[in-house]
Design a protein around this ligand. Structure first.
Ligand code: CU
Length: 182
């Protein structure tokens, strides 16, 4: 045995140590990068969803959306959540949109074994401290004689008028033609 054998062993363990340390660092770095990416993604998501809401008084309108339509389509539907944080009920009485000059508030009901839609002529009530969802197969906004066919990813402008709170601007986000259908 000589001192050179010992030193070879030292060298080997140093290499091993370095390799393990590097792997450890790399694994942590990957984890860190992944976590940072997740954080950024969720911050972006939060920022985006916060950006896509409007409010007036005690009412918050979340995620107004519609579907991409074909050039030959004559009607389209609009959906959203309306949150009432206040102690009094309000009523959504009318909607306007840049894609249509004739807009109604609709609901769905069964007629025999068929679903049909009908106009909510008195508007849609938003009870105190409640959220009303306008969603497929339920309450919705109906755009007639649509004159513009925005594509998926586009937005179009609209307004909602409430009996008490007044009028608020919304942007309808255009989703794929089959969004919300199953
Ligand atoms: Cu309808």
């Amino acid at each position: 045995m000589s001192s050179s054998a010992l030193s070879r062993q030292d060298v080997a363990s140093t290499h091993l140590y370095r390799a393990v340390w590097r792997w450890h660092f790399y694994a942590n770095f990957k984890e860190f990068t992944f976590a940072a990416a997740l954080t950024l993604a969720s911050l972006y998501g939060v920022a985006k969803s916060q950006a896509h809401q409007s409010s007036i008084g005690d009412l918050v309108i979340e995620h107004a959306w519609s579907r991409e339509t074909k050039a030959t389509d004559d009607v389209a539907a609009g959906f959203m959540n309306i949150v009432n944080n206040g102690p009094e009920a309000d009523t959504l009485i009318s909607v306007t949109a840049t894609i249509s000059d004739k807009v109604q508030l609709h609901n769905m009901r069964m007629n025999g074994d068929r679903m049909e839609m009908f106009e909510m002529a008195d508007g849609i009530e938003i009870p105190a401290d409640a959220t009303v969802q306008l969603k497929p197969k339920s309450l919705h906004v109906m755009f007639f004689k649509i004159k513009d066919h925005p594509k998926q990813g586009d937005e179009f402008h609209g307004t909602l008028t409430f009996k008490k709170a007044g009028t608020v601007d919304v942007e309808f986000m255009v989703e794929p033609p089959d969004a919300g259908m199953e």
